[in-house]
Every structure is written in structure tokens, then in C-alpha cells.
Design a protein around this ligand. Structure first.
Ligand SMILES: Nc1ncnc2c1ncn2[C@@H]1O[C@H](COP(=O)(O)OP(=O)(O)OP(=O)(O)O)[C@@H](O)[C@H]1O
Ligand SMILES: [Mg+2]
Length: 311
């Protein structure tokens, strides 16, 4: 894996740890409550600037401390080390340093350490809401297409403004100022997502043949509205009264989904929980391999509770 070295201070129950990792596989063993998940959480935090267990950053600071620090050395290219460091305090302040230079915010970390996380709850990628599958897809588009993040962030802001405006406005005309830009960017985002989806799926299919050889699985990308039927602009105009009543926008890239089916039925209705987990492994592995082959970046696979994953 591309993380050579990790130093942890005051993160969860880990007061202080200084670790050097093997390039391929590292296995962490220890009693319940010894801090195995916390270690994975620390690596995840260094890669994404957030936890996978809580939205409240303060929860990960050791109870007896007022701040935690993480330092890692990333080895993406042979023998070129990128040091990254992160400090987060109880009062919400954070300091990020990449290659010895202060970074603007935590989001700047995400380029350096791509992470695929597998936990006992991983099957919810398929059985849970479309949000999980969008996050899966967007992880890949983010690393694949450097223009993606800008579009995505802008759309997120526009939707927030549009949803706030929905509650106040009386006619659709008042919303059009948001919708012109929103529709344009949504079309671009859809092209980016679809292009990545089409490149990734052959690799997912090959990987699935190893993990679930007995099933023929079809996959489809849904962009968030039926674009063969009408344009997003028309959907937004036609749905105005409904959206206004609901208080949010019901069509658009924020509703995108990946649909996997077996004999025309959603995989979550057909496969067992264990088989769903295997499916998720195949999805995550394929994305990691894709990143490596197309973008020459290595990804870290964090697998929590490996023994229960093998059941
Ligand atoms: N902010 C914190 N400060 C100190 N300790 C904490 C903090 N948050 C959680 N803990 C404790 O850290 C310990 C380690 O938890 P962790 O989930 O990492 O254990 P684990 O080794 O993964 O255990 P299991 O095998 O049961 O999954 C727990 O005892 C937990 O109560
Ligand atoms: Mg654990």
C-alpha cells in the first residue's frame, strides 16, 4: 500500500503509535477494544480528512486530550515520499501540512491517499439508499477526472440555494436563475459520471466472475432523471409545484444511482447477505485496480473485522 509510515497521537484510545507498514499486506490483531478499528479510522482520517464512524470530529480526540495529530508518509511513486500531517483541536481548528507546506483545508488531503473501506456494514452499498452508490461512483470519478470536483461542489451549492428559494418563491420563473446554471453543470457531471461508469464496468464484470461466478449481473447508470424522456430543464419546470410542496428538488444529479440486477430484479432482492458482501468486494477491488491501471495511483484497502467478513 502507498502508506509507508504513520505516526498517531491522541486519536481515540491510541495515545501514541509509530508504525511502518509493509507494501502489500498488513494484518492487525488484538483483543476487543484494543484499537484496531481506531487505527483504520486514523488512516481513513489522514486520507479523507474525516472519520467513517462519526461526523463529530471531537469524538475521535482522545478523552484526555484536547487535540490529535496524524502524520503519514505516502509513497505513490517509487521512492518519492510525500509527507502529510494533520492536527485537529477540540475548538474545531485544524492544521494540514502537505510536503511541508500548509494546505488550505482538509479537502486538500484527498488527492494523496485513495482509500477503499470495507466494514461489516459494507453490504449497505447495495441494500441501502442510492446515496451510498453515488458515493461509490463519485469516489472513482473524483480520482479519474480532475474537473469533476469543481462541478460537483458547485452543483451542491446551487441545489442548496435552489431548495431554499423553492420555499419562498411563488412562480417557477423566480427559480430560473438557479436552473440555467444547474442544468448546464448537471449535464456535464452526467457526462463525467457516465464516461467513468462505462470504463469501470468491464472491470467490475470480470471481477464479479471470480467472486460470484453463478450469476449474470447487469448494470445500469441512472443519471437522476429520465433523460431519454425529457431534459432536466423540463423536469425542473414540470415538477415545480411538487418540489415546492416537498421543499426539495426531486430530479437531477443528486438523485443519480447505479442499478445492478439479476434476472431483472435488484441484486439486493436476490443475493444473500454474504453474497452481497462479495459483490461489494468486487466493486471496491475493481475501482482500486482501475485507479492503478488508468491513473497510476495506488489505493489502500482497509478491511475491518476481517474474520467476520470471511463467514
Ligand atoms: N475518544 C476516545 N478516547 C479514548 N478512547 C476511546 C475514544 N473513543 C473510543 N474509545 C475507546 O477506544 C477503544 C478502542 O475501540 P476500537 O473500536 O478501535 O476497538 P477494536 O480493537 O476495533 O475492537 P473490536 O475488536 O471490538 O472491534 C474502545 O475501548 C473505545 O471505548
Ligand atoms: Mg473493531
Amino acid at each position: 500500500m502507498p502508506l509507508d509510515k504513520l505516526i498517531i497521537n491522541q486519536f481515540r484510545n491510541i495515545h501514541s503509535a509509530n508504525l511502518t507498514f509493509n507494501h502489500k499486506i498488513n494484518i492487525i490483531v488484538g483483543a476487543n477494544g484494543s484499537g484496531k478499528t481506531s487505527l483504520l479510522e486514523a488512516i481513513y482520517f489522514l486520507g479523507l480528512g474525516r472519520s467513517f464512524r462519526t461526523h463529530l470530529n471531537n469524538r475521535v480526540i482522545n478523552y484526555e486530550s484536547t487535540e490529535f495529530t496524524l502524520y503519514g508518509e505516502i509513497n505513490q511513486q517509487q521512492n518519492i515520499l510525500t509527507p502529510i500531517g494533520l492536527k485537529k483541536s477540540h475548538n474545531g481548528d485544524s492544521i494540514v501540512k502537505i510536503n511541508g507546506i500548509y494546505a488550505k483545508n482538509l479537502a486538500m488531503l484527498t488527492q494523496y491517499l485513495p482509500i477503499q473501506l470495507i466494514t461489516p456494514e459494507s453490504h449497505t452499498l447495495l441494500s441501502g439508499s442510492p446515496k451510498n452508490r453515488r458515493a461509490y461512483l463519485d469516489w472513482g470519478v473524483f480520482y479519474h477526472d480532475q474537473h469533476f470536483y469543481h462541478n460537483w461542489a458547485r452543483i451542491k451549492r446551487l441545489l442548496k440555494q435552489r431548495n431554499a428559494a423553492l420555499k419562498q418563491c411563488k412562480t417557477y420563473k423566480e427559480l430560473q436563475v438557479w436552473d440555467n446554471e444547474l442544468c448546464h453543470l448537471s449535464e456535464l457531471l452526467t457526462v463525467q459520471r457516465e464516461a467513468y461508469f462505462n470504463l469501470l464496468m468491464p472491470l467490475v464484470e470480470t471481477t464479479l466472475k471470480d467472486f460470484l461466478p453463478d450469476f449474470t449481473i447487469s448494470s445500469q447508470f441512472f443519471c437522476g432523471w429520465d433523460k431519454n424522456n425529457k431534459s432536466l430543464q423540463n423536469y425542473l419546470a414540470d415538477n415545480f409545484m411538487r418540489d415546492k410542496q416537498l421543499g426539495y428538488t426531486t430530479a437531477g444529479p443528486q438523485k443519480a444511482d447505479l442499478r445492478f440486477k439479476i434476472n431483472k430484479l435488484p441484486v439486493s432482492d436476490v443475493l444473500s447477505r454474504g453474497q452481497l458482501k462479495l459483490f461489494v468486494y468486487a466493486l471496491r477491488l475493481a475501482q482500486g485496480l482501475f485507479l492503478n491501471s488508468m491513473n497510476n495511483k495506488q489505493c489502500v484497502f482497509l478491511i475491518d473485522d476481517f474474520s467476520s467478513e470471511l463467514n
